[in-house]
Design a protein around this ligand. Structure first.
Ligand code: SF4
Ligand code: SF4
Length: 160
């Protein structure tokens, strides 16, 4: 039995991580390991970059085809898709689904959280988009070494 089957929390070893040449371009990282009948990510991609052998298979990203547009992020009911782009200045941009309130503002510093919900310092919000299913799509700037660590954010309540 894999560790995440006991804890419900994935680790980096459970995920298909692309080479740095793709991370520099910015590509989708799919953190979906459950073999359940689900495939909206496949049809959401305008570049046919996501494929599945059958409806219950684990989705795979063709990193050559993926352009990092993020259209697949908010369509995923499992909130399992992120776009990661590693810049050449020591920082990375992580684009993630976000379904809490308050919605962060561009330029705001938010608390970065890892897959376990542990705090990983602060990051600056670069972009805020409203996606489908009332899911927002937020891009945060993080130190490069946190590119595969940060997967959520905590936004300070207004008035605090
Ligand atoms: S980020 Fe865009 S191009 Fe890449 S898999 Fe998602 S929808 Fe397709
Ligand atoms: S939409 Fe999300 S949960 Fe469904 S198969 Fe795609 S990545 Fe997995």
């Amino acid at each position: 039995m894999k560790e995440y089957e006991k804890t419900g929390i994935l680790s980096v070893e459970d995920i298909n991580i692309p080479d740095m040449k793709y991370l520099r371009k910015g590509v989708a990282i799919i953190e979906c390991v459950q073999e359940i009948p689900c495939n909206p990510c496949v049809t959401a991609c305008p570049f046919n970059a996501i494929s599945m052998k059958d409806i219950s298979s684990i989705p795979m990203v063709d990193f050559d085809k993926c352009v990092g547009c993020g259209k697949c992020i908010s369509i995923c009911p499992g909130l399992a898709i992120f776009v990661v782009k590693v810049r050449d200045d020591g920082f990375a941009e992580i684009t993630m689904p976000y379904e809490f309130l308050p919605i962060p503002k561009i330029g705001e510093y938010v608390t970065l959280l890892d897959r376990e919900g542990k705090k990983q310092g602060k990051g600056k919000v670069l972009r805020v988009r409203e996606g489908s299913r009332k899911t927002f799509v937020i891009t945060v700037e993080v130190k490069e070494e946190l590119a595969m660590v940060v997967r959520n954010i905590l936004v300070k309540s207004r008035g605090e």
